[in-house]
Structures are given as structure tokens and as C-alpha cells.
Design a protein around this ligand. Structure first.
Ligand code: V47
Length: 364
């Protein structure tokens, strides 16, 4: 196979990967530009198997989207709504806590909490929600609030980002999900989410969290108006941040879903692009242990194939996903453990049910 790869013009990248040498930005761009998808996948699979062997992780998790009211209203988002919209909602603290209580009979190990940038809720709402959830289910891992929400919470509380994070941690926040990163490029942010925290700001919040001992994820929203160069710059910024703090757990490429957004004229990402984003990330982000194929966004079938293109994680059971479904996702809102295990086994991998920090709960 190595000889075949050399014929695709990617031989020098193969050599670097075999020698555990870092690939550079122009290598990553060449991988994106290559039409030899199996070759790109083969390279990614070398890194994937070096880091994670045949293991493929999933988690028994639950999502709680406490409110969609948002002051940013990004053009790619179908979830966020102005507070005056008939479609705007917000849960009371006890309603959000009830979502967790409703599943006490299930082995949920993580609750993933995100919402819009709410115009009015006080800082105490977020603290009470975290405390309430921890009281209802003390052993649950709370992965809550994107870096963008955390910067917003610092604004409304009048505290520094460090102090805000410390208060949230004291109330029960255990780690930070990877949303809100979008594409760091100022051009893309200006065109799609002008009001949002800048790319530098997002990375600064993540690094601050890491320095406090919190782990976080990182994402990239691809398949809209970004260029391949902008994707590579995004990955480069994440790799540089990870070199500094080593606090990122996983990278998750997020496939843009256009329906009900202001960018509804665009079409959905192709299968080739879904796999390339996984594979290029796996080759380039050599300091990230995990690359997640989020089945909610690319579908279970593509997530299964992604396990041979660099991904070692398919996210989890999820339950009640709203953000992607409002933007037209046709996937189910939940998958059972049996379905996830079958999907992974048929890909020739070993299913591992994990905790948020990749502690192994059960090997199937
Ligand atoms: O921040 C918004 C993105 C994110 C759309 O950390 C959209 O493990 C596609 O970050 N089409 C939220 N994407 C989801 C997210 C996430 C999901 C699963 C796991 C983890 C993790 C993180 O979804 C938002 C935004 O970047 N998004 N609108 C859309 N129309």
C-alpha cells in the first residue's frame, strides 16, 4: 500500500507520518486538495491506529439545550432566536434539572449543556442549574457551556474569565464542549457571525480553562463559505494552542446543515468532504488524542466509515439533539448502545463505552 500512496503524489507526507514527523500547513492543504480519498484515509488511519489501536469510543450521554434565545444570531444557525420570536424558549432551572432527573434510570454518564447567548438570564441561573443537576445526579459529568457562552457569562457577571470559570467549576461544571469555534478566520466570522467572540477570544478562553485544569473539546464548522486555506489555518491555531496547554480532549468537525438558516441557499456537505475533514484533522492534529465523527451531523453510516478514515469516536447516545435538527438534520435524535456497538463492530473496531475523559467504562 505504501508504494501505491507514493504514486498519488502524497509519498512525502506518508514518509513524514511514518517517521512521526509533523506535517505542515501546505501538506494539510494538499491532503484537502487530493482527489485520492482512499490514500488520504490510509494516511489518517496510520495515525489513528498508532494513537488508539482498534478502539472506537462512544459515550452514554444526554443533551440539554436550556434556551435558544440568543443575542448573536449567527447566519449559519437555525437554533438561536431573538427573544421576541414565537419560536424562542427557555427552561427554568427546575425544568433543566428535570431533564436529568427524567433519565435517572438510565446509565447516563455525561450531560452536555449548551444554549444561545441569552439576553437576560442572570449568572445565578447558570450556577443554580449546575448545582441542581449535580444534586439530582452527583456522579454525572457536566460538560457545559461553549467558550463563547463562558465569555458571555464573564460579561454578565462582571468577573474575569478565570473567576467565571472558577465559579462554574465550584458549582459542578466538569469540562467544556467544543462548540462556538466555527471557523476562526476573521473574514468568515465577519460574514457569518459578526457579533460572536473572535477566534483569538475563543482560544484564549479554552487555554484559560486548561490552565485551571479543565479539559475541553474543539470543533470546526465546515462546508459553507470557508476556503480550504481557512480550514487549515483553523487547525493550525488549534494545534498551536494544544502545544501550549495539552487541554483539548477531542476535535470534532461539524458538517454545516443549511435548512432554516440565513445560508439556506447552500447545499449540505458531501460524503467526500465529511471524510476528508476527519482524515486531514487526524493527520494534522498530531497532538490531539481523539477525533470524533459526530453521527448526528454526518449520519451513522458515514460515522461508521469515518472509523477507517481517522476517527476513533462516534460521540454517543445523545438524546434530544436540537441544534442540528432545527437546521434540517434527518438523523434520529438518539442511538441505543446496541446500535452503536453494532455500528462499531461492523467497522472492525472494538467498541469502548467511555466516560467524558476517555476513561473506559466497558469494552464490548
Ligand atoms: O457551536 C450551529 C454548530 C455547534 C449549525 O464538544 C451548526 O463533544 C451544523 O459544538 N449546522 C454545537 N452545525 C454543537 C457542538 C458539539 C456537538 C457534539 C459534540 C460536541 C463536543 C460539540 O454546532 C455550534 C455551532 O458550531 N452549529 N449551527 C448548523 N446549521
Amino acid at each position: 500500500m505504501d508504494d501505491l500512496i507514493k504514486k498519488t503524489g502524497l509519498g512525502d507526507i506518508l514518509e513524514k507520518i511514518r517517521n512521526r514527523e509533523r506535517i505542515n500547513k501546505s501538506d494539510a492543504l494538499r491532503l484537502y486538495q487530493s482527489h485520492d480519498l482512499p490514500a488520504v484515509g490510509y494516511l489518517a488511519n496510520i495515525v489513528r491506529e498508532r494513537l488508539n489501536g482498534d478502539k472506537a469510543y462512544f459515550i452514554y450521554n444526554q443533551h440539554v439545550n436550556y434556551s435558544n434565545k440568543c443575542i448573536n444570531l449567527c447566519k449559519f444557525c437555525a437554533f438561536g432566536k431573538d427573544k421576541s420570536s414565537a419560536k424562542a424558549y427557555e427552561m427554568t432551572v427546575s425544568e433543566a434539572v428535570q431533564k436529568v432527573k427524567d433519565r435517572l434510570n438510565e446509565p447516563v454518564s455525561e450531560v452536555h449543556i449548551v444554549g444561545g447567548l441569552h439576553p437576560d438570564l442572570p449568572f445565578s441561573y447558570y450556577i443554580d442549574m449546575l448545582r441542581g443537576i449535580k444534586e439530582a445526579r452527583p456522579e454525572i459529568h457536566i460538560q457545559a457551556f461553549t467558550c463563547v457562552e463562558i465569555a458571555h457569562l464573564a460579561d454578565i457577571s462582571g468577573m474575569s474569565v478565570t473567576e467565571t470559570l472558577e465559579e462554574l467549576m465550584a458549582a459542578g461544571m466538569d469540562s467544556i464542549p467544543g462548540g462556538g469555534a466555527e471557523v476562526f478566520s476573521p473574514r468568515i466570522r465577519k460574514l457569518t457571525c459578526e457579533k460572536k467572540l473572535s477566534g483569538e477570544g475563543w482560544i484564549e478562553v479554552a487555554k484559560t480553562a486548561h490552565r485551571l485544569g479543565l479539559r475541553s473539546n474543539a470543533t470546526m464548522l465546515y462546508g459553507h463559505i470557508e476556503t480550504l486555506e481557512e480550514r487549515v489555518e483553523h487547525l493550525a491555531a488549534l494545534r498551536a494552542a494544544q502545544d501550549e496547554t495539552n487541554g483539548f480532549l477531542a476535535f470534532i468537525p461539524l458538517a454545516f446543515h443549511p435548512r432554516n438558516t440565513e445560508m439556506a441557499d447552500l447545499s449540505r456537505s458531501s460524503g467526500i468532504d465529511d471524510l476528508k475533514n476527519i482524515a486531514v484533522a487526524r493527520c494534522f492534529l498530531d497532538n490531539f488524542s481523539h477525533i470524533k465523527a459526530y453521527w448526528i451531523m454526518i449520519g451513522p453510516k458515514m460515522a461508521q466509515i469515518a472509523l477507517s478514515f481517522g476517527a476513533d469516536d462516534v460521540d454517543g447516545t445523545v438524546k434530544e439533539e436540537i441544534i442540528t435538527h432545527m437546521a434540517g438534520a434527518e438523523t434520529e435524535q438518539a442511538m441505543s448502545i446496541n446500535e452503536l456497538v453494532r455500528l462499531i463492530k461492523e467497522a472492525g473496531r472494538i467498541p469502548v463505552q467511555r466516560g467524558t475523559l476517555y476513561d473506559e467504562i466497558k469494552v464490548y
